[in-house]
Ligand binder design. Structure first.
Ligand SMILES: C[S@@+](CC[C@H](N)C(=O)[O-])C[C@H]1O[C@@H](n2cnc3c(N)ncnc32)[C@H](O)[C@@H]1O
Length: 184
């Protein structure tokens, strides 16, 4: 499965196989529409941005790693945990997508701590930058905290679900939080 998707991604011009995760999420949950303004948090190398552009929506990506420029897309290089980077993001978005994950150390407690810090930041950015009735897709890792996250998101969105796309490896704990119709 993994190799087949990596091969398909190369053939279809996507920068990473993770493109197929967003494609499936969007087909099933109808997150991004034509002409939407999308913020992609943790966007490198840029395959989700490519998917957004193919849907005729506009996209601003942000990542701590540089990306090869993409025609018609905007990019901010920086660490979302630094306040000065956040000041560079202006305005509101129809959709926020985040596939952000820390560099894995293999030490469970450290990885969990880093990941929940990043996810917390994505939620702060959502509150600042998502339009009323906007949608959020955010990668989270299944843990004893997942239910807490879900309960919290239900306060802010009319519809909240967890989805595991086929392109996610079965053994990986990653799942995607699908949150629609932000209450503002
Ligand atoms: C799984 S990759 C995203 C792949 C992307 N969705 C795609 O399809 O091309 C996760 C990204 O999160 C980024 N990241 C991790 N920590 C970050 C931070 N503190 N600030 C910004 N980006 C970060 C990594 O650099 C990495 O590019």
């Amino acid at each position: 499965m993994k190799d087949k998707l990596a091969f398909k991604a190369r053939k279809e011009g996507y920068r990473a196989r993770s493109a197929y995760k967003l494609i499936q999420i969007n087909k099933k949950h109808d997150i991004i529409k034509e002409n939407d303004k999308v913020l992609d948090i943790g966007c490198a190398p840029g395959s989700w941005m490519q998917v957004v552009l193919n849907l005729n929506a506009s996209v601003l990506g942000i990542d701590i790693s540089e990306i090869k420029p993409l025609k018609n897309a905007k990019f901010i290089l920086g660490d979302i945990l630094e306040d000065k980077i956040l000041e560079k993001i202006k305005g509101k978005f129809d959709v926020i997508i985040s596939d952000i994950s820390p560099k894995i150390t293999g030490i469970k407690e450290i990885d969990k701590f880093k990941s929940s810090k990043l996810i917390g930041r994505v939620f702060e950015m959502t509150i600042l930058h998502l339009k009323k009735n906007g949608n959020l897709v955010c990668k989270i890792f299944q843990s004893e905290d997942s239910n807490k996250i879900l309960r919290n998101m239900k306060k802010h969105f009319k519809l909240v679900k967890i989805f595991k796309p086929m392109a996610s490896k079965k053994r990986s704990k990653e799942v995607y939080l699908i949150a629609k119709f932000y209450k503002g």
